[in-house]
Design a protein around this ligand. Sequence first.
Ligand SMILES: [Zn+2]
Length: 233
Amino acid sequence: MAPSPRQFAPYALLATCVVGIFALRPGPAPLSPLADETVEALPVPQPALPQIHAFPVTLSLCPTLAVANAPPADAGLHILGYTASATLNGVTLARAPVETACLSSGFGARNGQVHTGLDLYNPDPVSIYAAADGTVREAAFRDDFGNMLVIAHENGVFTRYAHLASMPNLAAGDSVLSGETIGVMGNTAASLIPRHLHYEILTGEWGEQAGSFALTPVDVLGLPGADRTEPGD
Ligand SMILES: [Zn+2]
């Protein structure tokens, strides 16, 4: 005689309870946190590191231009005693923070005014580099300097880069590394003269009103060298 469904009922109830007990049983206890050094951190996406470029180790007077305030140069127009880097207040700075260029104007009196920096000329739109590690302090278009960037370095040292071909993709507060590309040589607000970088090294207190124009420009070529191997020294 076949068992009736009623005969199975107690077993069915028992089976339900057993399944229920297993279902209610808590899962494995969470692992206690591991010591930091044993935890393998998940990879965090990192922005690509900027490419760092070397600064030119020689600088020549532009052979095809009349160079105002030209420093002494040899017969091949190479500036005598030139070194790639200078120091000011303990900060090492490039004298020519460009891919390649020649000097088209030095520092000093020029046309009844004071030329407050160096003009570094290249007919091609070459890259301009940060002269030292620092933080962008000013990024603006001006009627006199065109697309202009001012970088603050340590110890009250600043650098100015003017006439950039376009406004760099940098804003005040951005960090830059020495040798990092910050722009392209141009002649914005200087369309009557050839493409060049107007470059200044400045020192002093940032002005509340005047900003970088409260600072004192110094002669880039007159600063002592910072290079470990100085020719002739
Ligand atoms: Zn200039």
